[in-house]
Each structure stands twice: as structure tokens, then as C-alpha cells.
Design a protein around this ligand. Structure first.
Ligand code: UDP
Ligand code: MG
Length: 338
């Protein structure tokens, strides 16, 4: 890669002019909410409302992440009706994070927003985000203040973001999802990052530039069902942690070393007792042995678990497979120009 054209190094856009806006929307089996989504987007980005915010044109970059229902057909029909959208169909379900990456790779607007399809990210906020961008920010991300979701999920997310803050050297915003708006040069910087396992909200924190958050209350899903089962959430969380920090690996070393010191000290104590004391005291000795073996196995398995998490991801990464494959775009690539 040439260093002469560092992505993002191009001069910033004039922010006082009308801008083109791309909105990336990942979709996986969302036929139940699509109608509502298009209605809400049409209201939110009516010509009058766009003129007020200085948005010259808006386009929805819709990524169909291998839906098995009528999602793709419905988007295609909407495009035929004149909805300003680009449909990017992935060849199978690659997962939310890969779908967002695919959308960002196809986004060419001066500013690019990312929202979920289920209207949990209120599209109206994009106007406020554009206003913050005009003030000079390159990334404006949504910060979830209150979530209308089940308690386990709310607690899980809360713990995840605190753990991420504790473990990561990056300033990943607490309670910020993918919802947000970015300057095109930030998108270009994201696109230039070579990794296959992509976690857009962590990469966005990594690229830097001037970032700020906007608080909002996260409403309930407006139709359909959540796509995040417990096991998918677990993968999301561990991918997020592993991709943003190697501190758990260092912690594993600290655990192992501390255990070694503990063993050594106890070994000395036990040896001294054996040599210098006449008391029989077999049972405390047995107990101690048991405790040492049990805690030793615990530390070892924990370290193996942490190591495994990184080794697995390293294996996936060295294969250098792309994060997703595109099966088709509508309209086709030759007519993408805005
Ligand atoms: N999504 C996707 N691929 C997946 C899972 C989800 O494109 O494998 C999309 C989904 O259609 C939605 C967004 O990602 O637009 C967020 O998913 P969801 O609302 O189910 O997540 P939650 O809000 O429950 O965490
Ligand atoms: Mg949702």
C-alpha cells in the first residue's frame, strides 16, 4: 500500500455547502419492518426537511445480508418505485458487522450514516448529527441512554461496554453502537484497514479524527424479531473485546505468574513445616493440595480459554478471506454514480 495517499489525509470538505448523504442499512430477514422503515425514511428525508439541513441528496445503501424471506424482493420493488437506494446483496448471511462493512465500502456520500433497519436508531437524529458534523466533527455517534429491551440484554450490554473500556486502550464510547454519522474521509480510513474480522464500532474508535456523541433513548424494535440470539451476542462481545485489545492475553500472563509465585511461597511454607515441625497434620495438608490443584486447573483453563480466543481469530485472519462476498447490486455497478 502506498503511503503517499494516506486515507483521510485529503483536505476536509467545505462544511457550509449542501452535502450528499448515504445511509447504510444492514438487513437480515426484515420483511416485517421494511414498510415502516421506508415510510419513516421518506418522512424524515423529505425534500423540505433535507433542504433545511443542507442535504443535497440522500441515498440508502441497503445491504441484504443473505435474507431468506422477501426482504431483497421488497427492496428491489422499492427501488423500482423510485426510492433512492442501492441494494447490495451478499452471497449469504455474513453477520451484522460484515454487513455494515459492506455498506460502508459502497457508500460514496460526503457524509455517511449507519442505522439498524428496525427503527431502534431514530433516523430523525441524523439531521442533528449532520448539524454536529457542520460544526467540525468527523464522527457523530449515538449514545444509548435508555434501552427498551429485556433486562438481561440491557445488563449484558452495560457490562460489555464497561469491560471493553477496562480492557481496551481505545476510547470506545460507552453505550455507543454502530448508529452514527461519519465524514467520507473517516469512511475512507475505515475502508483502508486490512483486517477481515471487522468490528465497525471499534475500528471507528481506532481511526480517531474529531468524534462526539449524541444521547438518545433507544426505542423497541418496530417489527420483526431481534436477530441477536444469546450465542450471537456472546460472539459479538468476544469479537469486540478480542479485536480491540490484547490486554486479556497480558492478564493471562499475570494470572499464570501470580499462581507460580503463590505455589512457590506455599511450597516454601509447607517444606519448612515438614522439616521443622513434628505435628502430623495430614488433613490440612490434603486440603491445601486439593486447593492448589483445583485453583491451578482453574487458572490454566482460563488462560487456555483466553489464548484460544486469540488463536482462533488469528487463524481466521491469516486466511485473508474477504469479510463478505457480494452476489449482486441493484442497480448494477455501471450505473452507481450519483
Ligand atoms: N443484521 C444483519 N445481519 C445479521 C444480524 C442482524 O444484517 O446477521 C441486521 C438486522 O437486520 C438489523 C441490525 O442488523 O438491521 C441489528 O439487528 P437487531 O435489531 O436484530 O439487533 P438488536 O437491536 O436486537 O441488538
Ligand atoms: Mg434492533
Amino acid at each position: 500500500m502506498s503511503t503517499a495517499s494516506t486515507p483521510g489525509a485529503e483536505p476536509p470538505l467545505r462544511r457550509d455547502r449542501p452535502v450528499t448523504l448515504d445511509i447504510v442499512i444492514p438487513l437480515w430477514n426484515e420483511e416485517d419492518v421494511l414498510g415502516l422503515l421506508f415510510e419513516r425514511l421518506a418522512e424524515t428525508f423529505s425534500p423540505a426537511r433535507c433542504a433545511q439541513s443542507g442535504i443535497a441528496s440522500v441515498r440508502y445503501v441497503i445491504v441484504d445480508d443473505g435474507s431468506r424471506d422477501r426482504t431483497a424482493e421488497m427492496v428491489r420493488a422499492a427501488i423500482d418505485r423510485g426510492v433512492p437506494a442501492l441494494l447490495v446483496r451478499l452471497s449469504r448471511n455474513f453477520g451484522h458487522q460484515a454487513a455494515v462493512s459492506a455498506g460502508l465500502d459502497h457508500a460514496t456520500g460526503d457524509v455517511v450514516a449507519v442505522i439498524d433497519a428496525d427503527l431502534q436508531d431514530p433516523p430523525e437524529l441524523i439531521h442533528a448529527m449532520t448539524a454536529r458534523w457542520r460544526e467540525g466533527f468527523d464522527v457523530v455517534y449515538g449514545v444509548r441512554q435508555r434501552r427498551k429491551e429485556n433486562l438481561l440484554k440491557v445488563a449484558g450490554y452495560w457490562a460489555f461496554y464497561r469491560l471493553l473500556a477496562l480492557l481496551s486502550d481505545l476510547q470506545v464510547p460507552l453505550d455507543g453502537g454502530d448508529f452514527g454519522l461519519m465524514d467520507q474521509r473517516v469512511v475512507a480510513a475505515l475502508r483502508s484497514l486490512p483486517e477481515t474480522l471487522r468490528f465497525p464500532r471499534v475500528l471507528r474508535a481506532w481511526v480517531g479524527f474529531r468524534q462526539t456523541g449524541i444521547g438518545y433513548d433507544r426505542p423497541e424494535r418496530q417489527g420483526g424479531h431481534t436477530k441477536y440470539t444469546l450465542s450471537r451476542l456472546y460472539r459479538l462481545a468476544t469479537d469486540g473485546l478480542a479485536s480491540s485489545s490484547v490486554r486479556p492475553l497480558q492478564l493471562a500472563q499475570v494470572f499464570s505468574f501470580s499462581y507460580f509465585v503463590l505455589m512457590f511461597v506455599l511450597g516454601v511454607v509447607v517444606l519448612r513445616r515438614l522439616v521443622f515441625s513434628d505435628e502430623p497434620g495430614v488433613s490440612p495438608g490434603l486440603l491445601l493440595t486439593y486447593l492448589l490443584i483445583a485453583s491451578g486447573s482453574f487458572v490454566q483453563s482460563l488462560c487456555l480459554y483466553i489464548l484460544g480466543a486469540y488463536v482462533g481469530r488469528t487463524y481466521l485472519e491469516v486466511k485473508r478471506r474477504p469479510a463478505y462476498l457480494v452476489m449482486e447490486t441493484v442497480p448494477p455497478p455501471s450505473t452507481h454514480g450519483r
